[in-house]
Design a protein around this ligand. Structure first.
Ligand code: CP
Length: 351
């Protein structure tokens, strides 16, 4: 098993060579380690009275969200501004998308208007790949359909490392409970957490786990080098017992086909992360949720705000992780020919 963050590796020994970030399945373990270290630097910037550095001065970041978002959109825009980028925010509800403009035409139009880095969210899985085919700059996926939410998985990983002794996930039990079937967060977390060596358990009603057992069986055979196996179960007690991390996932009513759940009340009765169930986890286990939460459905309100909860830490870490990714994708570290910690001191300007 490859550890995600080798303790004493020189950050500059790992080059970032991805033009886009659409899925974490192409990001290697050393690259994840680079993202984590760069995020540490960005956290340092965010701890200052003035949270701004000139690393992306003059660069143009455009957000294009075809689906609702609070956390991802606001944190990307905040991250870009913290790096001194110019930010344009396109709301599809008030754009020419409402007049029938295609994704390809919209992306070409935004590029003609100066977009260099495009952060997009789309309800259709794979839409960012199409955008990347026609866009001359960098595409960052802010979540596409059921497919991937790479920045969420990376901020989840960062938050777990921050809260687990030694920052090491090897052998740590992580239970993800909820609507796994429709969850791009779960799919991206499978890649990052198995790369980190976590003992990953996915849990929910059988109808919301469809296909996961085949995926788990394939990986158990060592199908993906560097990634460990994971478990799939509808036994909530087995999933939560002695867990180090408990993560709830939203019941995605908008993606639910008829018949997948008898009722939200029955789901809550059998799978809600309430105080009694969470007590099965280790006494110092942390509780996570990517948001938005349906409190009273997949998570009890008292658990969401309990001393174990690091849900607001996840949101805050989202800004630092996205600063790191914008910085790496924009090539600021190469253009400036300085490591992130020097750029954080206000070093040479990126392009
Ligand atoms: N976790 C997440 O993607 O939240 P938003 O939908 O608010 O961006």
């Amino acid at each position: 098993m490859t550890t995600v963050v080798p303790a004493a590796t020189n950050a500059q020994a790992v080059a970032w060579h991805h033009r886009h970030l659409i899925d974490v399945d192409v990001v290697t373990c050393p690259e994840i380690a680079l993202i984590m270290r760069t995020t540490d630097v960005m956290r340092g910037i965010l701890a200052r009275p003035i949270r701004k550095v000139p690393a992306l001065n003059g660069r143009r970041v455009t957000t294009l969200f075809y689906e609702a978002s609070t956390r991802t959109r606001v944190s990307f825009e905040t991250a870009a501004r913290n790096l001194s980028a110019d930010v344009v925010s396109v709301s599809t509800a008030t754009s020419s998308v409402t007049k029938g403009e295609s994704l390809v035409d919209t992306v070409r139009t935004l590029e003609a208007l100066g977009a260099e880095i495009l952060v997009m969210r789309h309800a259709v899985s794979g839409a960012p790949y199409l955008a990347a085919e026609v866009f001359g700059g960098h595409v960052l996926n802010g979540g596409d359909g059921w497919h991937a939410h790479p920045t969420q998985a990376l901020l989840d990983l960062y938050t777990m490392r921050e809260n687990l002794p030694g920052g090491d996930l090897r052998g740590r039990k992580v239970a993800i409970v909820g609507d796994i079937l429709h969850s791009r967060v779960a799919r991206s977390n499978i890649w990052t957490l198995t790369a980190a060596g976590a003992d990953l358990w996915l849990c929910g009603p059988a109808t919301l786990l469809r296909g996961m057992d085949r995926w788990a069986a394939a990986w158990a055979g060592g199908a993906i080098p560097g990634h460990g196996r994971f478990n799939v179960t509808s036994d909530i007690a087995a999933a939560l017992r002695d867990a180090d991390v408990v993560m709830g996932l939203r019941i995605q009513r908008e993606r639910m086909q008829g018949g997948l759940l008898p009722s939200l009340r029955e789901y809550a009765a059998r799978f809600q992360l309430n105080a009694e169930r969470v007590s099965l986890a280790k006494p110092d286990a942390i509780v996570m949720h990517p948001g938005p939460m349906n409190e009273g459905v997949e998570i009890a309100p008292d658990v969401a705000i309990s001393g174990r909860s690091v849900i607001t830490d996840q949101v805050a870490n989202g800004v630092a992780v996205r600063m790191a990714l914008l910085y790496l994708l924009a090539g600021a570290h190469e253009a400036a020919r300085v490591p992130a910690h020097e750029a954080a001191r206000g070093g040479p300007r990126a392009r």
